[in-house]
Design a protein around this ligand. Structure first.
Ligand code: NAD
Ligand code: TYD
Length: 338
């Protein structure tokens, strides 16, 4: 019998890449994708596997105990890989409430039902943003203190602490992964790379926050998926694993690179007011997962960014549907309701 993984947030950017990657590489598993389809969830990402007998979609909200109870009872999963979250820093600055509900209360619900159903392992997908901000030197290791600066990062840090508590208090088998900034296909065009590609393609201004010298450490999404695979299969109970590609870019250099690849003018760049509490630099030390689990990134940045730019050019409709269509309507509705 195949083993069953409950994937939460599988209709989002990383979750859908993970499901596509995992089903291709592991025939012995079935995946239940549990997602409430917020503005960021898009089932068309998974249209190629709709008919795969090892895949099922269940619409449900992790903050709703009844929805969570039902999916555990109906499918009796062996593992949980938990991606579902509100994920965008700028939105969390505008309104943090849904971040608290989804990222903290939702995670708590999942931990509770995972415990009741004796889940073999709970993999919690977190972020390097829980560590706060670095100066010019140094890297985040798993030993760093948690020191989040945005409401998004604070909500993720809180969820990490609940996962830790589940391990310490109830002996649940958990892992926490903390990855740096991801890029690749299916990323919602509010995040830096797809936003800049989309604006440049449409000759719209590229808004650079502050002086553009903030640094992010970029990893291709499929390398992140491979790392989660390694953690799911080989991670030691209760451990945290940092995931990163040692690939630091200032925002402005990255934006100029994208413009060059698209053959567009740097005159599109426009400096705008800085993000409040804007973290200066993220950089990951991922030696623990490399040494203990034998993972390493496989995608060179130049290849990854070429693939990504090409993907957004080839799948313009995907972005257009989001920016102009029903998804934006949904997004507007969500905002007006809050
Ligand atoms: P995303 O915003 O693209 O997708 C989030 C998904 O979760 C969507 O499909 C959405 O519908 C679903 N969702 C939201 N609220 C839900 C709820 N209450 N119930 C059920 N489903 C819900 O996010 P992403 O960029 O794919 O990030 C996935 C995870 O990885 C998040 O936990 C995020 O914190 C983490 N992460 C992201 C990055 C990054 O660079 N994007 C880096 C490190 C970690
Ligand atoms: P983002 O993709 O929102 O990821 P995060 O804030 O979680 O790292 O932003 C990446 C970097 O790009 C961050 O330093 C903020 C900056 N940024 C801009 O300069 N302009 C923009 O329009 C956006 C969305 C981000």
């Amino acid at each position: 019998m195949s083993k069953i993984i409950l994937v939460t947030g599988g209709a989002g950017f990383i979750g859908s890449n993970f499901i596509l990657y995992f089903l291709k590489n592991h025939k012995e598993y079935s995946i239940i994708n549990f997602d409430s389809l917020t503005y960021a969830g898009n089932l068309s990402n998974l249209s190629s596997i709709e008919d795969n007998s090892n895949y099922a979609f269940v619409k449900g909200d992790i903050t709703n105990s009844k929805d969570v109870k039902n999916v555990f009872e109906e499918y009796n999963p062996d593992f949980v890989v938990h991606f579902a979250a509100e994920s965008h820093v700028d939105r969390s600055i505008l309104d943090s409430e849904v971040f608290i509900k989804t990222n903290i209360l939702g995670t708590n619900n999942l931990l509770t039902y995972s415990r009741e159903h004796n889940i073999q392992k709970f993999v919690h997908i977190s972020t390097d943003e829980v560590y706060g901000s670095l100066g010019n030197e140094g890297f985040f290791t798993e030993e760093n203190n948690i020191s989040p600066n945005s409401p998004y990062a604070a909500s993720k840090a809180s969820s990490d602490l609940l996962v830790r508590a589940a391990y310490k208090t109830y002996g649940q088998n958990v892992n926490i992964t903390r990855c740096s900034n991801n890029y690749g296909p299916y990323q919602f065009p509010e995040k830096l790379i797809p936003l800049m590609i989309n604006n440049a393609v449409n000759d719209k201004k590229l808004p650079v926050y502050g002086d553009g010298k903030n640094v992010r450490d970029w990893i291709y999404v499929e390398d992140h998926c491979r790392a989660i695979d390694a953690v799911l299969h080989k991670g030691k109970p209760g451990e945290v694993y940092n995931i990163g590609s040692s690939n630091e870019w200032t925002n402005i250099d990255l934006i100029k690179l994208i413009l060059k690849k698209l053959g567009k003018s740097e005159n599109l760049i426009t400096y705008v007011k800085d993000r409040p509490g804007h973290d200066r630099r993220y950089a990951i030390d991922s030696s623990k997962i490399r040494e203990e689990l034998g993972w390493k990134p496989q995608v060179e940045f130049q290849d990854g960014i070429n693939n990504t730019v090409e993907w957004y050019l080839n799948f313009k409709k995907w972005t257009e549907n989001i920016v102009n269509g029903e998804y934006l309507e949904y997004y507007r509705k969500q905002y007006s309701e809050r």
